[in-house]
Each structure stands twice: as structure tokens, then as C-alpha cells.
Ligand binder design. Structure first.
Ligand code: USQ
Length: 392
């Protein structure tokens, strides 16, 4: 089986690429290194040192000589549609993984330039991948990482379904009929808005061109390794802790490691869905190994294992070190108290066994952060992006 991993140099893309090679896929990574350059642009870097992509691929070759070699073509998916078409036509993939996204909500809300980049990069990348697959590899299964954030995070009377909502409509004859529609979207940042927009592109290309698509609505990823990245230092994936690209649990673990007050935004009562990096990769593999049938509508799974509040996360992490919790003015516009329940049966039915947040696994992140604390730039821990500009 041949697989293209668009965005294969990223936080999820790299561990996924080696997991797929390990499973026997011939993997071709397409990446333009934008994740590395954007994190540098905001003054930060991965806390764990990571190799350049060519060197990572060599490290993988030495660590796993029995697996098929991983290929790499530097390519800007969003701006070079012609090259993407050519590559897809030549490589003839069975599966295309779309991770070629600017993934940060704060970066997307920082200023007009970063917002514009997010919109043009993410939406154009999705369109270019869909049109290239439709034209050059129409049998390939597309697997995309979307976000739980497309739904908004506040549901009062029901559990968020996996993408589709059963709704009752009143027909012209006065009878009630049941229909199934995409769940209404309520994105909380421009980044999340691009993921909401992606859903319309997927629906269109599925209906019009018959593409097989899986959209994984993922929660907040925590953790920093998988069994395969642990095989060798050179296989490590990135660990971001800055306020633009670091996700909340990993940030809190790094803060605890250096005795920095834990940065709880607002009340801390906001609830979110979480998943460990290892489970994220497992879910992707499950989706890849179990493609939807031809003629099926876009398949959507909610990819998370737990729902907790930010305050609960902070409590678990703070107990592992000497850091105190601070409640600070929220740089975001978000409901600070919400009800959130959601269905996550699809991936569990396919075989996911959830890794739950525990002191041991979180403690491992704290230990790694302590080991690399000389690399931490304290300036990038505080919020650097504001949904509404702070008063001058
Ligand atoms: N938060 C804090 N303190 C911090 C950082 C964050 O209290 O220092 C709070 C935020 O206010 C927010 C929550 O923690 O309520 C989550 O923030 P986050 O930065 O960990 O996650 P988010 O911006 O929602 O985005 C992340 C990924 C994104 C993915 C999304 C899944 O960056 O790519 O799509 O998680 S979800 O949150 O389910 O939409």
C-alpha cells in the first residue's frame, strides 16, 4: 500500500509516518517545513531537539531497516497545485493523509497577517488535495484531522454526535420526517473556522466526485511520544510549550517542570476533549486500515478519549511539581463554563483502547521538560495572541 502524508514533518505527521512505514506502507511525505518556521517566528522552538526531516528519515532507516524506506518531497501543498497533481499522478497513492494545516487557534487570531495566512493556507491546501485526488488518484482514501472545535464546546441537552445530527423537519404535508445533517458549526477561532469550511469541501467532493473521505474530529492532543519515537532520540517528535503552538496539558507540564505559575485562562471551568498522542496515531491507523466503502458519505469520527476542564488538568499537573495555579485574564473569547458531552464510539468500535490521563504519563512530560529546561524561552510562555486586542 502506498501512502502520501501531507504534513508528515509535524507533531502528529512524523509519528504517523513512521507508524505507517512500520505497518508496511510505502510512505511519501510532502511538507514545506512551515510548522518549524512558524514556531520560530513566534520566538520559540521544540523543547525536545528534533532532527531535520532528511536526518529523521535516515534515523528511522537505521532504527527499522526492515520497514520500507520513507520518501520526502519538499512541497507547499497550498501554493503548488501543479506539483501536487504531478506527484499524486506519479505515486498513485492508496491513501492520502491530510495534515497540511496551520494548527494553532491563537496564531490564527494574532493579527490580520496571521489570520489571512491561516485562511489561505488551510483552505487552499484542502482544496488542492481534494482536486488532485479527484483528478489523479480517485480511488485513494483521504484521511483528515479535523477538530472537536468545529461544533463549539457547549451542548446542553445531548451528546455531540459523530459529525451528523438527526433532525426532525416538518414536511409540506404536515408530517414529521427525520433527516441527517452535518452538525451545526460554531468555530471559536479562525483556525477552527477553516476546519468547519473543510467539512463543506469534503461533502462536496464526496457527493460530486465520489471521493472516500474520513474526517477525524480530534480533541486536544497531549503527550510527546509513541513506542516508535521512543526507539531512538533521532525519532523524537516536536514538543511545543509556547502559548501559540503548545497545547494546554503539555504547556502546563513544562510550566510545572520549571516552577512557572500554571497559566489557567479565565475561570478554568471550560471543558475540552483530550487524547494522548499515542491514541491519536492509533486512531489514524484504525481509520486508514478500515476505509469507508465506495458510495458512503464522508465518515466522521470524534477522536478523543476524555473530557475534562482546564482546571482539572491544571490540578493533575500541579500536583507533580512546585508550580502554583494562577488564574489570568483570558486572552481568548470563549465560554469559561460549558457543558460538554460527546460520542466517541466509532474509533472504540474499531479497536481503540483509550490511554487516560494519569500522573505517571504526565510525569514523563514533566521529567523531559526538566531535562531540557535550558532550552526554554520564558518569554513565550505568557499569552502572545489576543482574540480582542488588549487596551494599549
Ligand atoms: N488554556 C489555558 N491556559 C493555557 C493554554 C490554554 O487555560 O496556557 C485553555 C484555553 O483557553 C482553552 C483550552 O485551554 O480553553 C484549550 O486550549 P489549547 O491551546 O490547548 O487548544 P485549542 O486552542 O483548542 O487547540 C488545540 C489544537 C488544535 C486542535 C484543538 C482541538 O491546537 O489544533 O484542533 O486543540 S479542540 O480544542 O477540541 O478544538
Amino acid at each position: 500500500m502506498r501512502a502520501i502524508v501531507a504534513g508528515g514533518d509535524g507533531f502528529i505527521g512524523w509519528p504517523l509516518s513512521i507508524a505507517m512505514a512500520h505497518a508496511g506502507f510505502e510512505v511519501l511525505i510532502l511538507d514545506n517545513g512551515v510548522r518549524r518556521s512558524l514556531v520560530k517566528e513566534v520566538g520559540s522552538d521544540s523543547l525536545v531537539p528534533i532532527l531535520e526531516l532528511d536526518d529523521r528519515i535516515r534515523a528511522w532507516r537505521s532504527a527499522s531497516p526492515e520497514s520500507p524506506a520513507i520518501g520526502f518531497e519538499p512541497l507547499d501543498i497550498a501554493s503548488d497545485a501543479a506539483a501536487l497533481h504531478q506527484t499524486l499522478g506519479r505515486f498513485a497513492p492508496d491513501v492520502v493523509i491530510h495534515l497540511a494545516t496551520m494548527p494553532s487557534a491563537p496564531y490564527s487570531m494574532k493579527n490580520q497577517r496571521t489570520a489571512g495566512f491561516t485562511i489561505s493556507n488551510n483552505i487552499q491546501a484542502t482544496f488542492n488535495i481534494l482536486s488532485a485526488v479527484a483528478d489523479c488518484a480517485p480511488d485513494a482514501h483521504i484521511v483528515h484531522i479535523g477538530t472537536m472545535g468545529v461544533y463549539g464546546y457547549n451542548v446542553e441537552h445531548y451528546a455531540l454526535p459523530e459529525g451528523y445530527l438527526r433532525a426532525r423537519v416538518l414536511a409540506a404535508d404536515g408530517a414529521e420526517r427525520e433527516i441527517s445533517i452535518l452538525h451545526p458549526m460554531e468555530p471559536g477561532s479562525l483556525y477552527h473556522l477553516t476546519k468547519a469550511q473543510d467539512q463543506l469541501f469534503f461533502e462536496f467532493y464526496n457527493r460530486q466526485r465520489g471521493l472516500r473521505i474520513t474526517d477525524l474530529h480530534q480533541g486536544i492532543v497531549w503527550g510527546m511520544d509513541t513506542d516508535l519515537t521512543r526507539r531512538d532520540e533521532g525519532l523524537a517528535t516536536r514538543l511545543d510549550y509556547d502559548s501559540d503552538f503548545g497545547t494546554v496539558l503539555n504547556r502546563f507540564a513544562v510550566q510545572t517542570a520549571i516552577g512557572h505559575p500554571i497559566t489557567v485562562y479565565g475561570s478554568g471551568a471550560q471543558k475540552r476533549a483530550f487524547i494522548h498522542l499515542r491514541d491519536s496515531i492509533r486512531c489514524l491507523m484504525l481509520a486508514i486500515e478500515n476505509p469507508p466503502g465506495r458510495g458512503d458519505r464522508v465518515r466522521i469520527f470524534n477522536q478523543f478519549t476524555q473530557i475534562l476542564s482546564v482546571e482539572e488538568i491544571a490540578g493533575i499537573v500541579a500536583s507533580l511539581g512546585k508550580a502554583e495555579m494562577t488564574q489570568m485574564p483570558n486572552p481568548r473569547v470563549e465560554k469559561e463554563r460549558n457543558k460538554l458531552t460527546a460520542v466517541n464510539e466509532g474509533l472504540i468500535r474499531l479497536g481503540l483502547q483509550p490511554t487516560l490521563i494519569d500522573r505517571f504519563l504526565v510525569g514523563e512530560i514533566v521529567d523531559v521538560a526538566r531535562r531540557h529546561k535550558g532550552r526554554i524561552n520564558h518569554e513565550v510562555i505568557k499569552p502572545m495572541s489576543f482574540w480582542q486586542r488588549p487596551p494599549k
